[in-house]
Write a protein that binds this ligand. Structure first.
Ligand code: AMP
Length: 273
């Protein structure tokens, strides 16, 4: 049905803009829609908590959901169609075809979530083939995901323009995330350490420090000074290949993942010395 709709829209010379989400929408998601409106005149949003990107023991079952509320928000944002498939429809009988990237998933989040980006690339490819968009918008909040999707689109000739939209933050700086609902009030304070460490890193690079290890050490110390934080990784990388950088002498991306209570939080920032 979605495919037939997309064909119809294309015959009417509509420009289809697509925003994939896992729902439980917040201002971050809505900012992608606002950005997307600039690129086309048919806006499609999907809501699908994709089981194949969750590893064993991760939060697939407990991932927050509220479809009714999401649909009200999407209507207000002038979305033309909402795609809410169920897992049986997406992963039919004998499903066995996955999209895997050779290098990008070996770093950062992929290192501790080994099947995550295979799940992401596969669902995004399937959604692209169903929604047939001209343009798709992804958040820079999930920086590695954005890079993975861009690479897949290039490698497999999808011919879809990928837009990366800036991270929307709470007033104090915490990156908005559906997973922030897992945080207790005390953990919410610790969660701010991600943003604070990125800010600190930015200051240090501005002050002339070029050694990535020194900056990562400072960030580590800052985060560890908050209770209930368990650092997965802190990295300073090439903005496109995500390969680690030792000496900062141009724009680099700093990325980090920290477990705070039940929430695995990620954030990133461009350091531009
Ligand atoms: P999710 O529902 O978490 O899978 O996210 C769906 C899309 O929204 C992805 O492209 C995310 O990168 C993007 N997104 C999530 N949080 C934010 C945020 N705080 N600011 C901007 N985009 C976001």
């Amino acid at each position: 049905m979605m495919q037939a709709r997309s064909d119809r829209m294309r015959r009417q010379f509509k420009t289809i803009v697509f925003i994939p989400t896992m729902g439980f929408l917040h201002e971050g998601h809505l900012s992608l829609i606002k950005e997307g409106h600039k690129y086309g005149d048919d806006m499609v949003v999907s809501i699908f908590v994709n089981p194949t990107q969750f590893g064993p023991g991760e939060d697939l079952e407990s991932y927050p959901r509220n479809l009714e509320r999401d649909l009200v928000l999407l209507q207000k944002e002038g979305v033309n169609a909402v795609f809410t498939p169920d897992a049986k429809e997406i992963y039919g009988k004998e499903f066995q075809t996955y999209v895997t990237l050779e290098k990008l998933p070996n770093y950062l989040c992929g290192a501790s979530r080994p099947i995550h980006f295979r799940g992401v690339a596969t669902i995004v490819a399937k959604l692209f083939n169903t929604v047939k968009p001209h343009v798709a918008v992804f958040g820079q909040k999930d920086y590695q995901q954005l890079i993975v999707v861009r690479q897949m689109v290039r490698d497999l000739n999808f011919g879809i323009e990928i837009i990366g939209a800036p991270t929307v933050r709470e007033p104090d700086g915490l990156a908005m995330s559906s997973r922030n609902t897992y945080l207790t009030p005390k953990q919410r304070i610790s969660a701010l350490s991600l943003y604070k460490s990125l800010q600190k890193a930015k200051e240090l690079t501005k002050s002339g420090i070029q050694d990535a290890a020194t900056i990562i050490d400072a960030a580590t110390e800052l985060i560890q000074s908050y209770p209930e934080t368990d650092i997965d990784y802190i990295a300073i990388c090439d903005t496109e290949t995500l390969v680690d950088i030792q000496t900062i002498n141009g724009p680099v991306q700093m990325l980090l993942a920290v477990q705070v209570g039940k929430a695995r939080l990620i954030d990133n920032m461009l350091l531009n010395p």
